[in-house]
Ligand binder design. Structure first.
Ligand code: CAA
Length: 265
C-alpha cells in the first residue's frame, strides 16, 4: 500500500500508534537545507502537534543518510541586505523558539550533518540523539555571517561559553562523539538504531503525567531568570501540579502499588 501523501511540501509527518509524531525534513538532495518553505512547514507541523490530541511527543529528524539539516538554504541568501537579514533571523528564531516552547517533548534525532541553522534547529529541541556519523558545526563566519537562528544564545547555555566561542569563531565541525562529551547531545547510537532510540526516549517521557512534563519544561526554561525568580517560578508550577488530577492519580497509584493511569488533567 502506498504511503499517504504528506500535507507538507518539505516535511514528512507521521504519528505512530504510541502518539509520537515523527517529523522528517525532506529535501535530501539539498541535505535538508532549511528554506522559506521548510520554515513555514515546520511552523505548521509543530502547531499541528500542539492541537492534535493524539500527539504526545515529537521526534524531529532528516531524510537520507547524510544530513539532519546542512543549514539555512544558502541559495536564498542572494537578496539579503541588512534589513532583510534582520527579518530573516527574527522569523527563523520565532519558529525555533515555538519548537522550544512546545509543551510536548521534542527530541532531535540527528542523522548526519547538523550545520548552521540545522545545528540551531537541533539546539531548539529539548533533547538530542545523534548517529555515530553526525557532525555538528556553526560555519556561518566562513560565509561572512554569524549564526542567526539562536546559535549564539543556545549553544553557550548548553556547552558553556568557551566551547561555544570556539565552535562559532572557528566554524569547525565536531563529531558526534565530541558532541556527546561536551553535552551537546544526550546519546550517540549507530545510524540503524537512531530513530528507535529517539522514540524510546520520547516514549519514556510520554508515559509520565503530561501536564507535569509540560510544567517541568516550563520550569527548565526559567534557568535564565535570576535564581530567586526561578525558584518562585518552580514553586508556582509545583503548586499548579498539585492541583491536577494526575497528581492525585500518581500519589494514589504509588501508595497502592499500582501503575498510574494519567489522564492529562
Ligand atoms: N544551502 C543550500 N544548499 C545546500 C546547503 C545549504 N546550506 N548545504 C548543502 N546544499 C546542497 C549543495 O548545494 C548540493 O546541491 P547540488 O547537488 O544541487 O549542487 C547538495 O546540497 C549536496 O551538497 P554537497 O555537494 O555540498 O555535499 P558534500 O557532501 O560535498 O558537502 C557539506 C556537504 C559539507 C554539508 C556542504 O554541503 C556544506 O558545506 N554545506 C553548507 C553548510 C553551511 O554553510 N551551512 C550554514 C548555512 S548559513 C546558516 O545556516 C545561517 C543561520 O544561522 C540560519
Amino acid at each position: 500500500m502506498e504511503a499517504p501523501a504528506s500535507p507538507f511540501d518539505t516535511l514528512l509527518y507521521n504519528v505512530d500508534a504510541d502518539g509520537i509524531a515523527v517529523i522528517t525534513l525532506n529535501r535530501p538532495d539539498k541535505l535538508n537545507a532549511i528554506n522559506t518553505q521548510v520554515l513555514a512547514d515546520l511552523q505548521r507541523a509543530f502547531r499541528q502537534t500542539r492541537s492534535d490530541e493524539r500527539v504526545r511527543g515529537v521526534v524531529l529528524t532528516g531524510s537520507g543518510e547524510k544530513a539532519f539539516a546542512a543549514g539555512a538554504d544558502i541559495a536564498e541568501f542572494t537578496d539579503l541586505d541588512a534589513l532583510e537579514g534582520h527579518r530573516f533571523a527574527l522569523r527563523g528564531q520565532a519558529i525555533l523558539t515555538s519548537i522550544e516552547n512546545s509543551p510536548k517533548p521534542v527530541v532531535a534525532a540527528v542523522n548526519g550533518y547538523a550545520l548552521g541553522g540545522g545545528c540551531e534547529l537541533a539546539l531548539a529541541c529539548h533533547l538530542r540523539v545523534a548517529s555515530e556519523n553526525a557532525q555538528f558545526g556553526l560555519p556561518e563566519v566562513g560565509l561572512g555571517l554569524i549564526p542567526g537562528y539562536g546559535g549564539t544564545q543556545r549553544l553557550p547555555r548548553l556547552v558553556g561559553q568557551g566551547l561555544a566561542t570556539e565552535m562559532i569563531l572557528t566554524g569547525d565541525r565536531i563529531t558526534a562523539e565530541r558532541a556527546h562529551a561536551i553535552g551537546l547531545v544526550n546519546h550517540v547510537t549507530p545510524s540503524s538504531d537512531l530513530l528507535a532510540k529517539a522514540q524510546e526516549i520520547v516514549g519514556t517521557i510520554v508515559s509520565k503525567a503530561p501536564l507535569a512534563v509540560a510544567m517541568a519544561l516550563n520550569a527548565l526554561r526559567s534557568v535564565d531568570l535570576p535564581q530567586a525568580q526561578g525558584l518562585q517560578m518552580e514553586a508556582a508550577l509545583f503548586g499548579q501540579a498539585c492541583g491536577t488530577e494526575d497528581f492525585q492519580e500518581g500519589v494514589h497509584a504509588f501508595l497502592n502499588k499500582q501503575k498510574p493511569e494519567f489522564s492529562g488533567r
